[in-house]
Write a protein that binds this ligand. Sequence first.
Ligand SMILES: [Zn+2]
Ligand SMILES: [Zn+2]
Length: 164
Amino acid sequence: MIDTLLFLLLFLLAFAGMEGVAWLTHKYVMHGWLWCLHASHHSPRQGPFEKNDLFAFYFALPSILLIWLGVNVNEWCLPIGLGMTAYGFCYFAFHDGIVHRRLPFRYRGKNPYMRRIIQAHYVHHATTTKEGAVSFGFLYARPVAELDAERRALENRVNAGGAA
Ligand SMILES: [Zn+2]
Ligand SMILES: [Zn+2]
């Protein structure tokens, strides 16, 4: 019983932790030194894929490795690997499927949580620049009005800096 609870706890911690990892990666890597790959995601897609899709490998490899380790070496790697994989699925379904409509169906739900994270990601995409973006999370978001105010303030600062 304790083992099952611990398994679940590790799974949930890995799942929640991945939102933090995704936030940090998005803010400091994608909008940082790997902007050359992520820029494709802030402009209209040409064809079915974009350079930004390469980040899927970056996230998939450690999950696959942890699942392999969990099965072959240490069982406690398994819930962590599964939690990371589950996050990957939710991220893909939400970000690529629902927000960017890469799946052949439309989400028309009115769930307030879903609306908030969808709108928050639209606020992120309100800019096409590396420096002007806010709202780097995916499955968690602050109130949209707050994010939008932050975006406007940042835009003014970037514009003022550019003009100086
Ligand atoms: Zn971005
Ligand atoms: Zn996006």
